[in-house]
Design a binder for this molecule. Structure first.
Ligand code: NZQ
Ligand code: ZN
Length: 388
């Protein structure tokens, strides 16, 4: 049965090759002091920075910058950004980059007018913002996280070996996001494929839970089929606009709060992947890829029916002559072949994890209870060891 829910997503999207032409109109709705946030320099190399700063100038904005937001943004960098945003009396934050820059900008937005330490308040105590929130807009340059249309904000604390996500409410979601698939064309293939797997896994996290017949699962199956199709084209020809645009749009729908409505969700691959990230600082999508197959093969006996449905509906495997268990396993085998086609990293060792880290990674893994099997710590250690 589909559970009760409310649904509202306040983020306005502009999609396509001329999406940036709407930035000026959006910016005029906000105050003069803009904080421009970006990453380690890709936007300077590919010209997006110049394009945006010209628009900011045209709008007469008074701009301060926070640059060097790293993949897996840190608590330390967050504190630095909050300082800059306060000093600039920031009216609006413009995030130009991938999920890291968008997530980071949201974290700054809820912390500018807050005197407490942002890590402690939002990522240790999971409190909700009780201060003025500075509005955020995004210009997305990498498809994957869905951060452009959700309230998620993941921050890493290296001293504490923790990588924690806070899902903020509607009032923190971007006011608008500009999605131009061309902007993603300069991504290295490794990042493109990591993003593709992140999208796939967001859908799986919301799909592998519950036994009900509900609309969300049908939407998810369609999204997964489309993603697999587009990814096979993009990996052969990364410049294929049609494939890249479909990937970008799927990323948004995979995690913009729609497909989780009215159903339970799992999210254990992300909990494992984030704990790995806290220890290795590896690329998010690759941490998910490395733990996924051992995790799904471990929980398969507890959710065999759904894994069998996944095999048939997503991978097109003929169920004739197969038990549910055989069909379910064939689905995961098909996913494994596809992951190899994309060149995803399928073990933690390649990401820099070592056997002596396993206990610590297990300690850093939050255990959730929405999936087919609530894991205990020993099972987490077992899955992590199988992922090495
Ligand atoms: O820093 P620059 O120089 O810009 O380079 C970035 C970075 O090195 C590069 N890049 C981005 N766009 C590019 C480009 N290079 C060339 N051309 C372009 N157009 O790609 C690298 C990775 O960028 P990043 O933003 O880190 O990747 P992603 O979008 O995967 O974001 C990852 C972060 O998002 C969090 C992850 O945990 C991680 O911290 N997540 C956020 C979620 C959310 N908000 O709901 C959910 C996700 O599950 C995820 O946890
Ligand atoms: Zn993810």
């Amino acid at each position: 049965m589909l559970g009760n829910f409310s649904y509202h997503n306040p983020t306005k999207l502009y999609f396509g090759e001329n999406a940036i032409s709407f930035l000026k109109d959006e910016l005029t709705q906000y105050g003069k002091n803009v904080l421009l946030v970006y990453g380690g320099g890709s936007v300077r190399k590919n010209g997006i920075y110049d394009e945006i700063t010209a628009i900011l100038k045209e709008c007469g904005k008074n701009v301060a910058e926070v640059s060097g937001v790293m993949p897996n943004p840190t608590a330390e960098k967050l504190r630095e950004g909050v300082k800059t945003a306060k000093a600039h009396q920031t009216d609006f934050i413009l995030a130009v980059g991938g999920g890291s820059v968008c997530d980071y900008s949201k974290a700054v937005s809820v912390s500018v007018h807050c005197d407490e330490d942002p890590w402690e308040k939002y990522y240790a105590r999971f409190e909700e913002p009780d201060c003025e929130i500075v509005p955020v807009g995004c210009v997305l340059t990498m498809a994957g996280t869905g951060s452009e249309m959700n309230g998620g904000s993941v921050i890493t604390n290296h001293e504490q070996h923790l990588k924690i996500g806070h899902v903020f409410g509607d009032n923190v979601m971007p006011k608008f996001s500009i999605l131009n698939p061309r902007y993603t064309m300069t991504l290295p293939k490794y990042q493109m494929c990591a993003g593709i797997y992140d999208i796939m896994n967001h859908i799986c996290e919301q799909y592998f839970s519950g036994e009900d017949d509900n609309t969300s699962d049908y939407i998810s199956e369609g999204l997964m089929r489309g993603l697999i199709h587009a990814s096979r084209i993009a990996v052969q020809d990364p410049q294929d606009y049609e494939a890249r645009s479909n990937i970008m749009w799927t990323a948004t729908w995979a995690l913009n709060t729609l497909v989780s409505r009215g159903k339970s969700t799992d999210w254990m691959v992300h909990m494992l992947g984030q704990a790995v990230g806290a220890y290795t600082d590896a690329t998010h999508g690759m941490t998910l890829a490395a733990v996924s197959l051992p995790y799904y093969r471990y929980i398969l006996p507890y959710g065999t029916k759904k894994f069998a449905r996944f095999a048939k509906e997503v991978w097109g495997i003929d169920p004739a002559g197969k038990t549910d268990e055989q069909l379910a396993n064939a689905g995961l085998d098909a996913m494994e072949s596809w992951m190899k086609e994309l060149g995803l990293v399928l073990n933690l060792t390649e990401l820099g994890a070592t056997p002596d880290m396993i206990e610590g990674i297990a300690d850093a893994t939050l255990i959730l209870n929405g999936g087919y099997k609530v894991l205990n710590r020993d099972e987490i250690v077992q899955i992590l060891k199988a992922s090495l």
